[in-house]
Design a protein. Structure first.
Length: 163
C-alpha cells in the first residue's frame, strides 16, 4: 500500500512540477510523455523477467537519481531533458509496477486489495498539486525522499511463492 501511495504521489508531483522546470514546457512535456510510454513497456518486461521486487527497486532508483540531478543541476540547459526523462521514466515504471504487484496477493483478495490500494493512493495523490507549488527545490527534494523510501520498502517486498 505504501509503495502504491508513493508511486501515485510522485507520479502526479512530477507532472505538476514540469511547468516549473527549466526549458521549453512543450519539449519537456514531449520528453515526459515519451519516457512514460517507454516505462510502461519496459516495466512489464522487467516485471515478467526479473520479478516485481527488482522492477520496483530499479524503477525507484532511476527516479531517485533523476530527481537528485534535477535538484542539483537544473540550470544545466539541455541536460534537464535527460533528467526529466530519467525521473519520469522511473516513476512511471513504478506506477505501472504497483499494478502488477497486485498479483502478489492471493486471487481471492486481489480485487479487494487493488481497490483499497488504488483508493488510498488516489487520496494521497490529491495533495500532490499543492506540494508542486512550493518554492524550488522543495518539491523535488520531497520526490527524492519518497523515492528513497520506496526503494527501501521495495527491498522487503515478499514475492509470491511458486507452486
Amino acid at each position: 500500500m505504501f509503495l502504491w501511495m508513493v508511486s501515485a504521489f510522485n507520479y502526479f508531483l512530477i507532472n505538476f512540477q514540469l511547468r516549473y522546470l527549466k526549458g521549453d514546457i512543450y519539449r519537456n512535456q514531449i520528453i515526459s510523455s515519451l519516457s512514460e510510454v517507454a516505462a510502461y513497456l519496459v516495466s512489464g518486461a522487467i516485471g515478467a523477467k526479473l520479478g516485481i521486487r527488482v522492477c520496483l527497486i530499479v524503477s525507484f532508483l532511476i527516479a531517485l537519481v533523476g530527481s537528485i540531478l534535477l535538484v542539483l543541476y537544473e540550470d544545466m540547459g539541455h541536460s534537464v531533458m535527460a533528467m526529466i526523462l530519467a525521473t519520469k521514466f522511473g516513476i512511471s515504471s513504478c506506477f505501472s509496477a504497483v499494478y502488477l504487484a497486485n498479483s502478489l496477493f492471493p486471487p481471492l483478495y486481489a480485487s479487494t486489495t487493488l481497490g483499497i490500494c488504488n483508493f488510498l493512493a488516489r487520496l494521497v495523490s490529491m495533495i500532490a498539486p499543492p506540494f508542486a507549488e512550493f518554492d524550488k527545490p522543495l518539491p523535488m527534494i520531497l520526490f527524492a525522499l519518497l523515492s528513497l523510501a520506496g526503494t527501501f520498502v521495495s527491498m522487503f517486498l515478499r514475492t509470491a511463492k511458486s507452486e
